[in-house]
Design a protein. Structure first.
Lengths: 376, 376
DNA sequence: TTTTAGCACTCATATTAATTGAGTGCTAAA
DNA sequence: TTTAGCACTCAATTAATATGAGTGCTAAAA
């Protein structure tokens, strides 16, 4: 006769089974049988007992059956449970950390390179798709504005933000303005625009047209042109690398799935939108209220120990094309302000522990790098 | 008794058979049988006779057998023969021409947009991958140089080329230079650099360091920085669109092939090199000697009626990953100088006639567009 | 009450065999 | 030179069979 199990012990057992099952499935890619759990885990139970536990997990939709005579596979909900409370967070292998660190210390010199390199490193270590998104430029704060005549009726506009990014474009003007005149116009403009985000600046430029006084005709014409151009640059930039890694995954045999996937990678706009959502969910400066309001129907996306890393599993994100994938993201900062999102996109069946560690570590590196090169 | 065929008549018959075979194969994607050629072509011959002709074509490696009991399929050599002398060049459908033209007339406003839009149009009409490559920036001729102080020891360098492209970057300086000082330095620099290609300019900047006289210390330090930066921008830029179209092609079932292919698209550098080769083969200003020297082992790459469009079929290009694809390219010009390459990348089994027409037409559009917006 | 051994049942997967038919190559007659 | 006729080949399809991994259930053991 065996003493009765209390509720907690039952739950504990379920969790251990799930944990082992996820590990095993991630390792092998094949549905996991009761027998293999009984043998390899240290529960000291027979396959039949394990089957009983599995039955309950299946009833709760935490694992599933591909077909009658197959083992079990975790569902999205199962992965979620694993990530939320069963994962044993690990650090990256020392050699990997060293490798990454040396990339940032030695290879990357310029602030312009950090984005492309980061997505490359992410993809090369994860073997999935790595990406880095810069914030919408329009959220940046303007700090310099220069107008330089180049040739007939053409003016080069150079804008520099506080974070050190620069954007430039050429506009056509109606009048032929001298270098000196342009300089003083720029001075007037920057006086009223400095410290504004680009978005605000754009608004102001457009408004200034309407309230333009006679003497500022010239300025207003220029302002209009510049205001229009800013829109063009308002898109976020998305760097991606390793998209082809997805192709070699055994998880994707279905061709139409693949096609969907690549369409996404080409339509960067779509992924940008998705990431922008992650961005706005960033804990940094968001009031908790708004956040909980928006997300209340979604399960928690926080792993215990690394609160900054978001994990979205399969159908948890609403975009159809991503429902067989998992998205691991985090934000990065510049002088305490969140300025972008980075992460990886891979199959649901991935080593979450390692990938979370990777994304976390890389974001630290990026933060440090930006800190060091901050020009302010 | 039937009269003997002379040599010419035999050749003529071979060609007709090949032509029909290519059409049919491109249309259906299945190996073409002697019977279907006999029935549908207007040669009035029996399958047996056709088989005789096919036997000879096979001996010459113009067609091949996937296996004993299958019909024939053109080889690379067969496609080459078709493209060189059997193709009946057609124009695009009127509605397609109209659509394209209206894109260039209405949708594309800025010279910066023309490249992305062009690759998009190419891919959307061909259903393959469209691309546009800008020339190496370093070949461009410098026309303006501006140095603008932004913050402490940071200088924005703006370079404008004769073709109207602008490149900008920020450099760090040792000294704090005033706006006026920078302006006069820029004046000195541009005086000696104007009219040079960027490559030459870079060289000159580096040299000037060595010969630097005492009074020009400041300049030489700046020149060094600028010279180094120019290297970074010397890469050609490559715009690509529709890579995912390739996935939906029935021609690619093999996964490893696909993987290779996408690696190429990611490693833009590789494709850039390939296209740079096409670029340097451009007939525009190349002395015939050099060209024939380089290409003498390769078959002619000219279709009769559109001498500017290059066609590379399968193994004709040396890059392994492209050996199951065909590359159709042409160059585009600005004020009579070839400045870039554009085209499509698709399966060997494609409608060459239409694709050649497409690439040709698009390049005309681009030429016209650039002409119209030329600022010189 | 919990665990487990035992066994029947299911169903994906692999293997083998048999069939089909499209298309060829060859030959001999027209 | 052309073609009808025919044997032959071989990919592709279909069917039949076997295998076995893994489950669900039950009844006995702990």
């Amino acid at each position: 006769m065996v003493r009765a199990l209390n509720f907690d012990e039952q739950e504990q057992r379920k969790k251990k089974v799930l944990q082992f099952l996820v590990h095993e499935y991630v390792r092998t890619g094949k549905p996991v049988a009761s027998k293999s759990i009984a043998q390899s885990s240290r529960l000291g139970l027979s396959p039949a007992s394990i089957r009983h536990v599995l039955f309950e997990l299946e009833r709760d939709e935490i694992v599933m059956h591909p077909h009658t005579s197959a083992g079990r596979v975790p569902t999205d909900k199962g992965y979620r449970m694993y990530v939320d409370s069963l994962i044993d967070l690990q650090r990256l292998a020392v050699q990997e950390e060293t490798r990454i660190r040396s990339e940032y210390d030695r290879r990357i010199r310029e602030i312009e390179d950090v984005l492309t390199h980061t997505s490359r490193i992410l993809s090369s270590i994860s073997h999935y798709t790595g990406f880095v998104m810069t914030p919408k430029f329009e959220r940046n704060i303007l700090s310099h504005l220069e107008l330089i005549p180049i040739g007939e009726r053409r003016v080069l506009v150079a804008m520099i933000t506080e974070s050190g990014l620069s954007k430039n474009f050429v506009i056509n003007t109606q009048l032929n303005l001298s270098r000196e005149r342009l300089y003083s116009i720029a001075k007037i403009m920057i006086a009223s625009l400095k410290g504004l985000t680009l978005q605000e600046a754009q608004l102001k430029l457009v408004q200034s047209i309407e309230s333009a006084e006679q003497e500022y005709r010239e300025i207003s014409s220029l302002a209009k042109e510049i205001g229009q151009e800013i829109r063009k640059f308002s898109d976020s930039e998305l760097y991606m690398d390793g998209a082809s890694n997805i192709l070699s995954l055994p998880d994707f045999t279905n061709t139409t799935e693949l096609h969907d996937l690549f369409r996404i990678m080409e339509e960067k706009q779509l992924l940008t939108n998705i990431l922008t959502d992650e961005f706005s969910d960033a804990p940094a400066n968001a009031e908790p209220k708004k956040q909980s309001k928006k997300k209340e129907h979604l399960p928690s996306t926080r792993a215990q120990a690394t609160p900054h890393v978001h994990v979205r599993i399969g159908a948890e994100h609403p975009v159809k094309e991503l429902q067989n994938l998992s998205l691991i993201t985090t934000t990065y900062k510049l002088s305490d302000q969140t300025v972008g999102v980075l992460g990886i996109l891979g199959p649901k069946r991935m080593e979450y522990s390692k990938m979370i560690a990777l994304v976390d570590y890389i974001s630290q590196m990026v933060n440090q790098f930006l800190e060091k090169h901050d020009s302010k």
